[in-house]
Design a protein around this ligand. Structure first.
Ligand code: XUL
Length: 522
């Protein structure tokens, strides 16, 4: 039997997908929503803790708690966990977890008689973890770039300009704001390495896919860069968990999980990777050229590349792909579901009403445009919430719904130009990808076919596929093939008249964006 488990520790939930690699099918899928189970206990809303001034954290202990609940739920559903041969995972990228020296021994001695949360509480040198939504490190970004010789130099070294959400600037801010707590910190890892460590019952390093979202890894050698570490914080080389290859198992699952949930003692654990690198695998982006779009809390557009081409404008990211071979280009728009939900809620709609509004309005929206930065935006960089309505009546619910979707689709086209890829088809995933009226706008804006995937959680699927590939030693192509076919009959083709409308509108949207983005930055 070839069963594999992929976990996705994301912003709002922890998801597990079990695949049967022999049948090419998903056999179980469970999601633990953080707000539903842990809102009060950990003080989270939408999975996060807002600390003001752009600081957004989450609670690593909650993620461990959710891991217990996920296995309990899988077990209660009758999933035979003993048949799982290997587990891999994905974590929301960039978030950093700070641990005491006791973390190693505590992980090694987990007793099945007590929960993970009870046992792990003392291991954190910082109770909360800054995550990717944190925009509080503008100063640190500038300092790091200056220290390595400027933005171009950091781009060439790490593949990325300094981003506020990236781990390096976050670590620097912690060191500057709380030097004593920084000094007491023995290990620094990412969300991905923390979850892998809990599962393996020992400290697991950071895979090169997720390490490339730190501003600390040399993008070519796939190792921490001494120069970037020096520019970030002292003694970082001793604190950071090492970069490890993505495809080499780190050992067997902790006896905690075997005793408590019946996992086989020889079930292996692979290093976890970032959610976007895992999504790339889960969408079959294993050869250069294919482009995918994930419509989630944030929206991301990404493509596979055989070499790390960088975004000179600094708006895109380059990550190592967790196949230990290729790279991926990514653009992350923070105002994804966040903006769609803000519009839905402002007009008291549900998703059916949102869809009806899209159906009742015409491509181009009669020239009405919106800049939808309900939260500070990553691309284009906007430091404080700014919603601009251009020829758009705020009281017109339907026009506002169309405006937010058209803004997102137009922006995804404008800010993907640096990838230098002719987008000939888009493969979509994420919660909002189930909405075909939203996808129609993307097909028309990008003038290409859009294909839907069966699973909306490509990150967890990608993680399960990574586990299968490593365990079976099979080729990537044969591993992903059965799982990455678009849903039969799901392909949406562009409509020529709407394509022409958007081809005219895009320049106007870009001009609006350029006019306002500068003035929206503080
Ligand atoms: C990517 C990014 C987000 C998070 C979401 O750079 O910041 O997509 O990975 O989990």
């Amino acid at each position: 039997m070839g069963k594999y488990l992929g976990l996705d520790s994301s912003t709002q939930s922890l998801t597990g997908i079990v695949i049967d690699a022999d049948d090419g099918a998903i056999s179980a899928e469970v999601s633990i929503n953080f707000d539903a189970h842990f809102a009060e206990q950990y003080g989270v809303e939408n999975g996060v803790i807002e600390l003001g001034d752009g600081a957004v954290h989450s609670a690593p202990l909650m993620w461990a708690d959710a891991l217990d609940l996920l296995f309990k739920t899988l077990q209660a559903q009758g999933v035979e966990l003993g048949q799982i041969r290997s587990i891999a995972g994905s974590g929301q990228q960039h978030g950093t977890v700070y641990l005491h020296a006791s973390a190693g021994p505590t992980l090694a001695e987990l007793t099945p008689r007590r929960s993970l949360a009870e046992q792990l509480e003392p291991v954190f040198s910082r109770a909360t973890a800054p995550i990717w939504m944190d925009t509080s490190t503008g100063q640190q970004c500038a300092q790091i770039e200056a220290s390595v010789g400027g933005r171009e130099a950091l781009l060439a070294l790490t593949g990325n300009a300094a981003f506020e959400r990236f781990s390096g600037p976050q670590i620097r801010k912690f060191y500057q704001d709380e030097p004593e707590a920084y000094a007491r910190t023995h290990y620094i890892g990412l969300v991905s390495s923390f979850m892998a460590s809990v599962l393996a019952g020992k400290l697991v390093g950071v895979d090169s896919g997720d390490a490339s979202g730190t501003n600390l890894m040399d993008i070519r050698s796939r190792q921490w860069s001494a120069e970037a570490l020096r520019a970030t914080a002292p003694e970082l080389v001793e604190k950071l968990l090492p970069v490890v290859p993505s495809c080499t198992p780190v050992g067997a699952v902790s006896p905690y999980f075997s005793a408590r949930y019946g996992l086989a003692a020889d079930c292996t654990v692979l290093p976890f990777s970032g959610d976007n690198p895992c999504s790339a695998i889960g969408l079959g982006l294993i050869e250069p050229g294919r482009v995918a779009l994930s419509l989630g809390t944030s929206d991301t557009l990404f493509a596979c590349m055989d070499e790390p081409r960088v975004s000179r404008t600094g708006e895109g990211c380059v990550f190592a792909l967790p196949d230990d071979r290729n790279y991926m280009a990514l653009v992350c728009f923070l105002n994804g579901s966040l903006a769609r939900e803000a519009v839905r809620d402002e007009y008291g709609l549900d998703w059916a009403g949102f869809t009806a509004a899209l159906q009742a309005t015409k491509p181009g929206n009669g020239g009405a445009l919106m800049l939808p930065y309900f939260d500070p935006e990553i691309v284009p960089k906007v430091s404080r919430p700014t919603v601009i309505r251009h020829q758009l009546d705020r009281t017109d619910a339907q026009a506002n719904v169309r405006a937010v979707i058209e803004a997102q689709a137009l922006s995804s086209k404008i800010h993907a130009r640096w990838m230098g890829i002719d987008i000939s088809s888009l493969y979509v995933t994420g919660g909002a990808s189930a909405n075909r009226d939203i996808l129609r706008v993307y097909a028309d804006v990008h003038n290409c076919p859009v294909h839907q995937f069966e699973t909306t959680n490509s990150a967890a699927l990608g993680a399960a596929l990574r586990a299968a590939q490593a365990d079976r030693g099979s080729s990537w192509q044969s591993t992903v093939e059965a799982f990455t076919q678009p849903v039969a009959g799901s392909t949406l083709l562009p409509n020529p008249s709407a394509v022409a409308t958007y081809a005219r509108l895009i320049d106007e949207y870009e001009a609006l964006e350029q006019n306002h983005v500068g003035s929206a930055q503080s």
